[in-house]
Design a protein around this ligand. Sequence first.
Ligand code: SF4
Ligand code: SF4
Length: 486
Amino acid sequence: MEKSEDWRKLSRRQFLKASGAASAVMGSAGLGVFGYQAGKDSFSYTGCESFQGQAENFNRQRFAADHATYEKVGVASRVDARTEVIFSRVSSLMRQWDEEKGLDSLDKGLQAYYKKHPYDLKEDLHARKKIFPKRQKDEIKYKKKFVLAKAWSNAMSAVWPPGIRETPERYDFPRGEQYGEPVEPLKMKSPEKTSQLIKQISYQLGSTLVGITKLNPDWVYSYPMWGRGLNPELPLEIPGHWEYAIVIGTPMSWDPMYANPNYGTSFDAYAKSRIIAYRLIKFIRQLGYPARPHTPGVEYDLMVPPIAIDAGLGEQGRHGVMITPELGSNFRPAVVTTNIPMKTDKPIDFGVQDFCKTCRICAKNCPSRAIPMGDKEVVRGYRRYKINSSRCYNFWYSNLGNIGCRLCVTVCPYTRKSNWLHRTALEVTANDPSGMSQRILSKMQKSFYPAPHPQEYYIPSMGGKNESYREPPWWLQTEDFIDIDI
Ligand code: SF4
Ligand code: SF4
């Protein structure tokens, strides 16, 4: 892997000599308690404090790499959103499945998928037949405790921009106000200045992180999701004007996130990123250029994490989620595709791949064992950690929290607030080629952040205790505000 600057290519001996890493890390351990206290200070909650982009406070230029840290090792194939995205697959299964007819009750595409992946059929039916009834039962018994957590999550998702119901050719292009005529693109001064402008506008709209890349066609779905104005029976032809991808991102609220799976929600960050994306397309269209928002977790035509990696926002971790220097994995993105000419960012390599090799904290804490303890595998032509999405999804229905789990995000040592201890640790690990500081710091993480046993996160009727990783914030503790019997 080539780096833009040679000074990162230190040998183990040089690193130890130059930085005294071992003593720095051991010294940090003694100061850990103070760091833990500093993390409780809300001023260290990176992500919401600025509309000027200062939240993007890690100098990426030093870690810019010519290639992203995923490896292409074979012929790539695009994801079929109808069957390979678990949300679409399970909702089709739920609608179509007939116990007597079995596989024959499903449409041909789904049948073909399950014949090729019988394990997924077993897991998906397990959710439908076993987990859902148990959860319904426990929800009646225990849901009072999580009234405020649910109310807050629903409040965050209450106002969403209207969805897209038209093809890219119709929807994406700016039209004259009265006559629906195409609008001439304005002549921009330079791609560099346009990138600078788009980033600043994104920050002004509330984005914490922004990156720009050329769109790699491998990351666009081969068949579209329902509801995007595209026919799900026909392959998704990538429109010529989806030339660039602007990736924006905002963090989930820190304290509920630490109290996953019962008190966190993804809707807060998804809603913020989604609103920013819709505002950004309006801005770009006023300049005369086409733009389309892709907003997980509801409406998108592409795989967002590898695009965010290409745009230099971070690297993929063992848990399959992207890790950014500022927010760790506490991040929910949206993408805008456009053809306004822009200077692109480079991917970064700040040491995550080495850290993940030995850390494995997410894999050990994952209640469903969906995260591999072992090595990367080749998936669709790329070498990466392969997550068992069926297992993961089934756990989402085995706890009482708002949809999802997010424990892998929560426990990851990179998902820490921006206080002096965590920033020092980030600098040390990012610059240590020996791997020693990574090992010491992941040990420290295990000591300072004890966690419940993974089984305890499950609902009681599945052998659990409704546990959360941390105490919920005071404003989500139902029993302190509402007079109900818990
Ligand atoms: S979201 Fe939860 S169940 Fe899924 S991989 Fe992460 S820790 Fe495991
Ligand atoms: S918890 Fe550890 S192994 Fe998992 S993604 Fe984070 S750094 Fe990598």
